[in-house]
Design a protein around this ligand. Sequence first.
Ligand SMILES: [Zn+2]
Length: 498
Amino acid sequence: MNNLHLYQHKESKKISFEPLVPGKVNMYVCGPTPYDSAHLGHGRAAVVFDLLYRVLRYIEKYDVNYVRNFTDVDDKIIARAAENGEQPLELSERFSQEYLRDVFDLATLEPEHQPKVSTNIDAIVEIVGTLIDKGYAYESDGNVYFSIQSFDEYGKLSGRDTDSMLAGQRVEVDFRKRDPLDFALWKEAKEGEISWDSPWGPGRPGWHIECSAMSQKYAATTLDIHGGGRDLLFPHHENEVAQSECAHGQTYARYWVHNGFVNVGSEKMAKSLKNFVTIRDALDRFPNATVRYFVLASHYRSILDFSWKALAEALKSTDRFYALRAQIDTLIEDATEDAHIPELEELREHTIEQMRNALLDDLNTPEALGALHNFTTEVNKWLDGNKKAKTRRKYKATWTTLKGFWDTVTEWTGLVAESPSEYNSELCQKGAKVLGIDPEQIQYKLDERNKARAAKDFEKSDSIRDELLEQGVLIQDTVDGSTWSLNADKIAEAVEAD
Ligand SMILES: [Zn+2]
């Protein structure tokens, strides 16, 4: 692949990506409606578009303007706030902050702009006014509706005709609308409900219009990439197209990227189905890097099957990568000569090329991660065949190159972003919880073992080691003392049994 190709729903194939203005990319992604804790479905969307952002920025070297919104006022937020006796904007602010902490831990980079509905009402009122002036929208009893009859191309994005749209949803008879498929741009405020003034009276925006308004304000009238979950294709994205193209007379988005669902069993993970696992649930049990790996191990367009077992499998992978990364750090520290191992340096170049090709090919992460595993296997093989410290010490140049390789992996995929020691302490802390063991107890036993070793009571020191091993605790003895980590297989077993 010479350049990025993205699968386009409309053409049913991968298309070469070219930005409208050379070198610059405007990307708008529909963000969360923060009325509750975010689940892994939201986590997946954040990670997938972060990956796309990284590919555009670090592989394709574009100047990217990434915008992701918060729908901080809507029916669900208002209803939940009323239940809690809380102000709607307080509730959405609280969950927005929680979402930001969640996605930060998933190693996602911060978008350039993260606008909220409540602070962009002016821009929303303006575009609604434009649509009325141009004859695409009408006012009715303090509400404003988009008239789908006024836009011949309605349905072009999702490929639906109006008959199937009507068949696909329960359409209530609403005498305020001219056509049952017309959708609200502005909703009249109900008694006591949060509202803003507008030329049509106090009210608040309909859901779809915010994205048309904020994408124009923070990015462009013609976006290079518009993203969101697969479930947003219809009606949300279809309606965004109608609003923006009627308001501006320009193509709304040149490329569309939709990520697939997260399933639990055969069902989509959803708040309404009560089968969800929050991002925090997963991050409480597994290292951050593991949760990110789990998401990236499936291609973004396919269904991501959630199970704790699958996360436990992902743990084995991140453990493998971190073990090698830590070993490379040690090899650099110990090295005394600056010689090269050509075969490993070639392996590095080849793997980079494989990963680059895979990521440019519609973000083929399973293939990119496969190349990363192969790299790990081959370097481990070399190390197994060259166990002597004296041999290994010769090759500082190669070890430094391999360390640089991991930096590239982090930049491109967001994986292995923490240092090996950070990862290990996270694994120990979270894994100990899963295994039901107390880190202080482990430290106590480790101290006992060290005392026994100092007293040359090897029977006792071995028996403590075996006891810890049985619990899943791995001990590493170094010149500076003993450290511990946890056996990923044991954690996997415990999580599965839970
Ligand atoms: Zn949107």
